[in-house]
Write a protein that binds this ligand. Structure first.
Ligand SMILES: Nc1ncnc2c1ncn2[C@@H]1O[C@H](COP(=O)(O)OP(=O)(O)OP(=O)(O)O)[C@@H](O)[C@H]1O
Ligand SMILES: [Mg+2]
Length: 367
């Protein structure tokens, strides 16, 4: 994900004076600095802080810059971080060796401030563009895989059921016909929801989704929405209720937040066994409104919790009654909550249940 905060540059040099000079140049340009005075320190600092760029001195005792570079490139975690060598030697052989090891550029000592900054900025920009491209590509792949797989399956089911109904219509008992029509209805509903999510996501990715914040009373919005979902919950004998207090006014884009609530409730229903409970609540904390959707369902293992909101990871499991999904719901929730200046997180204990918590901006005056 593209960073919006200050870029972090790790400077590695065994001469403190150099660290100081380089550091002050970069700080003036609004960059964050981390420092290391030898190769080993550089390896651990790079892993820990994941800088956006590394300025690496070539001549250092024990492990020199070339060796350090080799090890950084060999570690998948740090391999993508661009490295610029700092070298006093201008011999082309050395520089070529460094570039072959995977460094993107070099600067020679003594430093020329403007040149150094120009190079650092170029490589920081390139890194951001690379990351944005990677994300755009993952989005595109995800999009096609959903269309190819998740929209195709319900269509073949619908066609199959309808053909069956037409072919054997006169021979079938009314109860059987009703069952088939019910199946057609439920598959159509599921695919419609997927289709709506897909369209919303496409609009958000192409930048054509406009953000229209309105002042809304949360309780009313949630209660209207819950009534639509009550039917699916009842089919699984799940108690779905709202404890959202009256008079909590938020400044939000109605459609985006409805999509979020609909997805979180639909997940809660999907991953909660029969006779479970789903509760929606909200409170005002730290000048924000915090909304919670809690269920008594299967829970989510710690290690996948952080991956659920990212496009590149295709995480989708079947529900307690084999309900299928495409893994798009939470990605949309993350995107829309972010657009509404909020934050979404998960608290969950496998076997006991999950709670999705998100924040929304409070509207200034209550009515
Ligand atoms: N309330 C929940 N309880 C347990 N697991 C959950 C819950 N919500 C989400 N998950 C896990 O996160 C995964 C991703 O959820 P997400 O809503 O993004 O996709 P999906 O429900 O599988 O498909 P879609 O929403 O696109 O129909 C789910 O498949 C499930 O593994
Ligand atoms: Mg879902």
């Amino acid at each position: 994900m593209a960073k919006t905060s200050k870029p972090l540059v790790l400077i590695v040099d065994d001469v403190p004076k150099n660290l100081q000079v380089l550091g002050s140049h970069l700080k003036q340009e609004n960059m964050e600095i981390a420092v290391a005075t030898n190769g080993n320190q550089a390896l651990s600092a790079a892993q820990k802080t994941m800088p956006d760029l590394i300025l690496l001195d070539v001549m250092m005792p024990e492990m020199d810059g070339f060796e350090t570079c080799k090890r950084l490139k060999a570690n998948p975690k740090t391999a993508e971080i661009p490295i610029i060598f700092l070298t006093a030697r201008t011999e082309t052989d050395d520089i070529i060796h460094g570039l072959k090891l995977g460094a993107v550029d070099y600067v020679t000592k003594p430093f020329h401030g403007t040149e150094l900054l120009a190079r650092v900025k170029t490589h920081l920009d390139l890194k951001l563009s690379r990351e944005a491209l990677k994300e755009a590509n993952a989005t595109k792949d995800r999009f096609f895989s959903i269309i190819a797989h998740d929209l195709r399956a319900p269509f073949s089911t619908l066609i199959g059921f309808s053909e069956f109904l037409i072919e054997d219509y006169t021979k079938m008992e009314d109860a059987v016909k009703r069952d088939i029509i019910n199946d057609i209805l439920s598959v159509s509903r599921q695919s419609y929801q997927l289709f709506e999510n897909l369209l919303a996501w496409a609009r958000s990715q192409t930048g054509s989704l406009e953000f229209h914040p309105e002042k809304i009373e949360l309780r009313r919005l949630i209660e209207e929405n819950i009534s639509f979902m009550q039917k699916t919950a009842k089919e699984k004998e799940i108690a779905l209720s709202s404890q959202v207090p009256e008079n909590l006014w938020v400044l939000i884009d109605r459609n985006m937040i409805l999509t979020v609530i609909r997805n979180l409730i639909s997940n809660a229903v999907k991953f909660t066994p029969r006779k479970g409970c789903i509760t929606l609540s909200a409170e005002s904390i730290d000048h924000k409104c915090q909304v919670s959707v809690a269920d008594t369902g299967v829970g989510i293992p710690d290690e996948i919790q952080n991956q659920l909101f990212k496009v590149g990871n295709h995480i989708s499991t079947i529900g307690t009654e084999n309900e299928e999904g495409s893994g798009l719901g939470l990605i949309l929730c993350y995107e829309f909550i972010k657009r509404n200046q909020g934050h979404i997180r998960i608290e969950s204990e496998p076997g006991k249940g999950s709670r999705f918590l998100f924040t929304l901006p409070l509207a200034k005056n209550t009515e």
